[in-house]
Design a binder for this molecule. Structure first.
Ligand SMILES: [Zn+2]
Ligand SMILES: [Zn+2]
Length: 292
């Protein structure tokens, strides 16, 4: 088996990674880059809202990965050839892919390294989110909603309508007085006497989201700290897991992970690794023949 252990050196030591953001995301991203790679993260503040907003005023063009890559390209286009490394994040919110009633935060971090010539993105689905939206028609209901979503540490958005529209009137609400004032104003403007309230998912207004972005930044940094065993490019790491661990009794394939695939971010080299649980067989309890 080839050597691929973490190499205690960083290809990014003393380098500057440019992070395109409007929402202060370096709070979550800079610490792991500094601690594990000895690299600095510099925010390039641009109006990324032109690429799409959560609150619906601007629809996102393309998927989340394309959108994050576009943000990286913005830094290269605007800041010129001196920039070697660009980074951007993109989040989407909605029901969990397997548990429909559970809201989830799906985060992507996209990294472009022009010096070593590769792109790398990592993603993460977390249920640690307060994401929620609702139509309400009394202050009491609003306060109940606010309580449930960790207001005021997490901000809210209010609109004068019983449904989502493209005109949010109040965003980033993070104090009681402001909330009550916004509610009154929305009620006045609402034709049917109801108000749309939702969690403000912009990172600097949402500490839960900031924490998820931090977890993902740790994952990216771990990849960048590991080098490909053949071409020595940073960005080596696990890219997927494959199921099919045989059942201990009947030996048929189960849904349990049998091995993991590690891959280079640049060349086509891959390695198949045994699953970290170290099992040769799956418990018959997880077999659809022995335990249907
Ligand atoms: Zn079986
Ligand atoms: Zn390689």
């Amino acid at each position: 088996m080839a050597k691929h252990s973490l190499i205690p050196r960083s290809a990014y030591a003393g380098k500057c990674i440019v992070l395109t953001t409007k929402h202060a995301k370096s709070i979550a991203i800079a610490p792991p880059f500094f601690e594990k790679l000895n690299a600095g993260v510099l925010e390039y503040v641009v109006d990324t809202d032109q690429l799409g907003t959560f609150s619906g005023e601007v629809d996102r063009r393309g998927n989340a990965i394309e959108c994050a890559r576009e943000k990286c390209d913005l830094a290269f286009d605007q800041l010129g050839d001196t920039v070697e490394f660009a980074l951007a994040s993109e989040g989407s919110f909605g029901p969990h892919p397997f548990i429909p009633f559970l809201p989830c935060d799906h985060e992507i971090l996209y990294f472009i390294d022009r010096r070593h010539d590769f792109h790398l993105h990592v993603s993460h689905v977390s249920e640690k989110t307060n994401y929620r939206k609702e139509s309400i028609n009394s202050l009491e209901e609003l306060l109940k909603f606010a309580d449930a979503v960790q207001f005021p540490s997490h901000a809210l958005i209010l609109r004068p309508s019983g449904s989502e529209t493209k005109t949010p009137i109040f965003k980033g609400i993070n104090c009681q007085q402001e909330l009550e004032k916004a509610f009154e104003e929305c009620m006045k403007q609402s034709a049917k006497g109801n108000v749309w309230v939702e969690t403000d998912m912009r990172a600097q207004f949402n500490p839960s989201r900031m924490a998820v972005i931090n977890e993902l930044a740790e994952k990216l940094v771990d990849r960048l700290a590991a080098h490909c065993p053949t071409c020595d490019t940073p960005g080596w790491g696990k890219v997927r897991a494959e199921s099919g661990l045989p059942c201990q009794w009947c030996k048929s394939e189960t849904k349990m992970t049998s091995h993991e695939i590690f891959s280079c971010a640049k060349c086509s080299y891959e390695e198949m690794h045994k699953s970290p649980h170290g099992l040769l067989y799956a418990d018959p309890g997880s077999c659809e023949f022995c335990n249907p």
